[in-house]
Design a protein around this ligand. Structure first.
Ligand SMILES: NC(=O)c1ccc[n+]([C@@H]2O[C@H](COP(=O)([O-])OP(=O)(O)OC[C@H]3O[C@@H](n4cnc5c(N)ncnc54)[C@H](OP(=O)(O)O)[C@@H]3O)[C@@H](O)[C@H]2O)c1
Length: 265
């Protein structure tokens, strides 16, 4: 266990499944709010390692909710479009969840655990992309960009629709949610609903790469252990109204990501 600091932020390592550690850290920091981004997010792994998935995505949220109550903190739980079955997206906050895989079920149960805190909010999001801090993380935009830049063909599904979310916009939305002290469920996603295939083509355009290397496929060809919801995506009007959440248009987000990537190289 090590801690690191920057001039503006203190970091401490924490395993959220260790109840004593969670309580000790919150006792030490006495935060006003806890934003829980930690999760087991590999959807197929969650399908196959259900006990481990449940411990992180549900059990640890129960622990966090209790520990937040003890120090008077508000719990902001980050959740997912995968709580929905994807039969009739895009979804607003009043839509009824109905997960089609174990990850979605465990995250939904995590939401229920968060709601048991005295002060809580849930920030659901969708297909997040951006620049990770290090090479250990990737996302769909980096995958498409790196493959096409290397001249590789990619196969991308046409039968899954999402509202892709630019990480800096999501971070701004979560910050607005924390600052506003609003309670309840909020959908924080990008402004445009499109198939993952069309998203990949927009990435190719934004990065001036060869979109002919992107080939359409469908979910049945992927043979994945966990089913994916076909059409999710979010209606973000509530967050716009209540929080002033305003994610940038998709092409602006991709242009910003390209500029940052080129600056970092
Ligand atoms: N990415 C998306 O497209 C997307 C879409 C919808 C919702 N979400 C939600 O957004 C949140 C963040 O997702 P992400 O994409 O950033 O996932 P990620 O890249 O897989 O990051 C998850 C983080 O959780 C940490 N973690 C896992 N188990 C932990 C534990 N027991 N204690 C402390 N930390 C633990 C991981 O740490 P290690 O690095 O040590 O493993 C990792 O840093 C999750 O709640 C996810 O459900 C993501």
């Amino acid at each position: 266990m090590t801690s690191t600091c920057s001039p503006r932020v203190n970091y401490a390592r924490l395993d959220i499944t260790e109840a004593d550690g969670v309580r000790a850290l919150l006792d030490d920091f006495h935060p006003d709010a806890v934003v829980n981004c930690a999760a087991m997010t590999q959807v197929d792994r969650c399908e196959e390692e259900r006990a481990a998935c449940r411990i992180v995505n549900t059990g640890a949220v129960e622990t966090l909710a209790g520990a937040c109550d003890e120090v008077g903190a508000r719990l902001v739980q980050v959740s997912t479009d995968f709580v929905f079955d994807g039969e009739n997206g895009p979804y607003d906050e009043d839509a009824v969840p109905n997960p089609v895989n174990f990850y979605g079920q465990a995250k939904l149960d995590g939401e229920r655990a968060a709601r048991r805190a005295e002060r809580w909010a849930i920030a659901r999001t969708v297909l997040v992309y951006g620049l990770p801090q290090d090479e250990s993380r990737s996302n769909i935009v980096l995958w498409i960009q790196r493959a096409l830049a290397g001249g590789e063909d990619v196969h991308v599904v046409t039968d899954q629709h999402r509202t892709p979310t630019y990480a800096p916009d999501l971070a701004a939305g979560v910050a607005q949610l924390v600052r506003s002290e609003s309670e309840g469920v909020f959908h924080l996603a990008g402004p445009e609903l499109l198939s993952v295939y069309n998203f990949a083509r927009r990435v190719a355009d934004a990065f001036d790469l060869n979109a002919d290397l992107i080939h359409p496929t469908d979910s049945t060809s992927l043979d994945q252990p966990a089913k994916r919801p076909p059409r999710t995506g979010f209606v973000i009007e509530k967050a716009r109204r209540a929080l002033g959440y305003e994610p940038r248009p998709l092409d602006d987000a991709l242009r910003d990501m390209r500029e940052r990537l080129e600056r970092d190289q």
